[in-house]
Design a binder for this molecule. Sequence first.
Ligand code: C2E
Ligand code: CA
Ligand code: CA
Ligand code: CA
Length: 279
Amino acid sequence: GGLRSKSSVSLFNRAMADDIARRLDMEHLLWQGMQNQEFEMYFQPQIDMQNGQICGAEALIRWHSATLGPVSPAEFIPIAEETGLIIELGKWILAEACRVTRTCLDLVDDSFRMGVNVSPVQFQDRDLPRQIARCIEQFELPADSLEVEITEGVLIDPSLDSHELLPKIKALGVHLSLDDFGTGYSSISYLQRMKFDTLKVDQSFVRDICTDSDTRVIVRSIVAMAKRLSMSVIMEGVEEQAQYELLRSFNSDRSQGYFHAKPMPEQDFLEFARTIAAE
Ligand code: C2E
Ligand code: CA
Ligand code: CA
Ligand code: CA
């Protein structure tokens, strides 16, 4: 009847309105959070699987919202992307990551390498390669101490000039990493088009590696392929010793995950890095 469909329509509208209001709120709060410096970079160590030493880190953003409390990047990064705020935020992320990389090169290891996530939306800004160049210069970094992590979204989106910008970034000497490898639509074909230095194998593979023999075959093959293409392999989401040992037996290069450490604020990370480097 009419009544029933009427009420379900208004419920639907209410849900949509709530969703839109929340997003508008979030957009406003994000903008405010940038003015109020509510963002902080955390750092998660990466371990060289040959010698067990710390060899780098991934920079991961955190938002301590005065209004909402802690908000996960999985929730706010998509909104920062839709609204374009990620372009400004991304500049700050890059500068923070470079600043801490300088400290790590001095205090931890002069071959330290920092992974920085760069959103597809940041590729709308054709100044991105120059931005990266300026950051490297400002903090006097060897270009290869920086590893730009992109997802296949950068390569798929026809509106982005990634085929122009990626080689420019690569020409700086910065490393390029293909993130979440194996989860997209056609990751492998991108390896033909663009020379990546590093593959980051998605955590969904690592999660199943001890329990599923097909997953073991797939991961072993990914590592072998990467090696033949002269790429280095990072395993992410390593949570258990057994996963680590197995992945090491496959000749993976670097390991990142809760098994070693969670992402940490700068000071905790530096302390962690110095302790493990001194062992
Ligand atoms: P991602 O780039 O794939 O980052 C890896 C995520 O896995 C991080 O989540 C990290 O905390 C989490 N992780 C690390 N080790 C483990 C583990 O052993 N087990 C499990 N279950 N998870 C683990 P996080 O920090 O919540 O970030 C989520 C996503 O948000 C990132 O996925 C990335 O897509 C985006 N993101 C985070 N920081 C930034 C940033 O600075 N810039 C951009 N553009 N995106 C970011
Ligand atoms: Ca990443
Ligand atoms: Ca990833
Ligand atoms: Ca991801």
